[in-house]
Each structure stands twice: as C-alpha cells, then as structure tokens.
Write a protein that binds this ligand. Structure first.
Ligand code: VGL
Ligand code: ZN
Length: 231
C-alpha cells in the first residue's frame, strides 16, 4: 500500500512540469540561454546596425536571471574577411557572392577581432555566463551559426552542451534571420530542442529574409515563444 501511494506521488510530481510547459517554461539544468551576437556593430550606431537592436538588451538581462546556463556568441571576423563587401572589388553591401561553400551575402565591415565594434554591448549584464564562443574567425569562411561554420566545420558548441547535459536551447539576440535563425536550426540538427524567444531578438529583414528564416525554422521544428513564457 505504501509503495503504490509513493508511486502515485512520484508520478504526480513528474507529470506537473510537462502539463505546465504548455503555458510557462521554467528553465532548469538541462536548458541554456544562447545569447547571439549582441555586439556594438549590430546595435544602433554600429556598422551593421539592426533596427531596435538595443531594445532587446533589457529583455535578455531579465531572462538571464532565470537561466542556470548561459552561453554567449561573438561574431569575430578577421580584417578583410570574405563576408565583407570591401573584400570583393566592385561589390557593395547586401550583394551576393558565389563562394566554394555556397552563396554568401556581403556585409559592411563588422565585428573585426579586437575592435570596439566587436565588443559585447556594455548594457548586457550576464554575470553568470559560462562560455563565450567566437565564430567567423577563419578568413575565408563565414559562420552565422553558433554550431557550424558555413562550410560545415563544427565550432564545438554541440559537444560542449552535450557534455554539460543540456537538452534545450533558448536562442536570443541578433539577427533573427541570420545568426539566431541558423543557430536555432543547427541546434535542432544537433539533436537539441530549440526555442527562439522572439521579443528578445531583432532581424535585419533584407529582401524578405525574416519571413524566409521563420519558414525554415518552423520546418525544422524550432519553437517561437516570448519572454513572458519563461517563468
Ligand atoms: C550576422 C550578418 C553578418 C548576425 C553576422 O549576427 O546575424 N549577420 N554577420
Ligand atoms: Zn558577421
């Protein structure tokens, strides 16, 4: 009799979080907040400024107090990086170039290693962040995704998260349609559950890229949520 009573109690406590998950998500040890590219170059005044990019900083700071695990990325390009329009004679920003690994959108120079533009926003308050992963540091390969460079090379993030017992990735930052979107899709490909916290992100939306990114994310079963869903 005692055994079945405690089994019922155990199953009740096991059921409760999954029932509650429909309304709210309470981050635990198996969850990571992945803060993508909240760097000066991508915020108002920066060389590749995302409109209202600064608006997400307080939202991310508040979310950060809820998560046990926080990983931050930094776009971290060499001077003259292949993703820069300035590296392609005759090209201008937002043109597309054909590179060995595929089509590459060409950007204004941004996030050059060691420059102030590559620094994380000074407003970002992430004292408990445990890892900063840099990407796009190979001169001839871009990396929108925190998990894989454009030629497929792994950054090591999937291995890190798996060794730490993480199962769910909650992506925030900029840009929704590039680095956030590619990271969320690659999180799914690496076997994680993936969420994008939409009000903690902003997009570039060049030529319909935001709608395109959401179509791809939805197909990859990336879940769109808002910060109010985290409690
Ligand atoms: C990004 C374009 C170029 C991003 C990085 O963080 O989304 N976009 N480099
Ligand atoms: Zn970049």
């Amino acid at each position: 009799f005692l055994v079945s009573a405690s089994a019922a109690a155990a199953s009740a406590t096991w059921l409760r979080p999954s029932l509650a998950a429909a309304a709210t998500i309470t981050p635990g040890d198996a969850d990571v907040l992945l803060v993508i590219d909240v760097q000066n170059c991508f915020l108002p005044g920066g060389s590749l400024a995302v409109i209202d990019g600064d608006k997400i900083v307080p939202v991310i700071n508040a979310l950060a107090t809820r998560f046990h695990n926080i990983v931050v990325t930094q776009d971290w390009h060499t001077p003259g990086h292949i993703s820069f329009a300035s590296a392609h004679p005759g090209a201008k920003p937002f043109d597309t170039a054909k590179l060995p690994y595929g089509d590459q959108v060409l950007w204004p120079d941004h996030c050059v290693q060691g420059t102030a533009g590559a620094d994380l926003s000074p407003g970002l308050k992430l004292p408990t962040a445990e890892l900063v992963i840099r990407k796009g540091y190979h001169p001839t390969v871009d990396s929108y995704s925190a998990f894989n460079e454009a030629d497929g090379t792994a950054t090591g993030l999937a291995g890190y998260l798996k060794e730490r017992g993480i199962h769910r990735v909650f992506a925030v930052g900029v840009a929704t349609d590039f680095c956030v979107g590619f990271s969320a899709i690659d999180a799914r490909k690496a076997g994680f559950e993936a969420f994008v916290i939409d009000d903690a992100c902003r997009g570039i939306d060049a030529e319909g890229s935001l709608a395109k990114a959401w179509t791809a994310m939805t197909a990859a079963e990336v879940q769109k949520i808002v910060s109010a869903d985290i409690a």
